[in-house]
Design a protein around this ligand. Structure first.
Ligand SMILES: [Zn+2]
Length: 177
């Protein structure tokens, strides 16, 4: 995590009930974690009231910290709305095996208009325990990705066992998802 990142690009849906900053990778366990992040900004703003009337610098600081509170609240409202939105099945999922990181990188594509805060990318460790664990994830899209990645992982294992070259990527279309 990069120190002092303000998560300016907002937060994306991650695994579990969690959210993640695409810039620094900081994770929030759930919506309550995001609410705490909002409350931090509120506390900072509450401490920023100018002690002396007409203190221009203090007023600028106050305005800035008020803006930060609004910005974080907008991020939170969006995530809250998205959490209530029904599950939208993706149009296509591209799974790429990354041998250096021993993980499967998933890119998820949706029909337009893209659902609010839909998960667009997700990485799954190339181990069956990791996949098994994610198959009971509270997030339906994570469960779906884990199932598809496991399918691909088993196929690759079988081919490698037969001495055949294993493909590094696989596209799953809507009909398979
Ligand atoms: Zn960040």
């Amino acid at each position: 995590m990069s120190e002092g990142c303000l998560h300016l690009e907002g937060l994306r849906v991650g695994g579990g009930n969690g959210y993640v900053c695409p810039v620094c990778g900081e994770r929030f366990e759930d919506l309550e974690g995001v609410r705490r992040w909002v409350r931090e900004a509120e506390r900072e703003r509450d401490g920023a009231y100018p002690l002396v009337e007409g203190d221009e610098f203090a007023e600028v600081v106050l305005r800035e910290s008020q803006r930060e509170v609004y910005r974080r609240r907008r991020v939170m409202y969006e995530l809250e709305n998205a959490a209530r939105a029904p599950f939208v099945r993706p149009e296509m999922v591209l799974v790429v095996y990354d041998g250096d990181r021993e993980a499967y990188e998933c890119r998820v594509f949706y029909k337009e208009p893209r659902p609010a805060n839909a998960m667009e990318s997700f990485s799954i460790r190339a181990s069956q325990e990791a996949m098994l664990e994610l198959r009971s994830d509270p997030n339906p899209i994570v469960r779906l990705l884990a199932e598809k990645v496991e399918e691909f992982h088993l196929l690759r294992g079988k081919l490698a066992g037969d001495g055949e070259p294993a493909p590094e990527r696989r596209v799953f279309y809507a009909s398979e998802l």
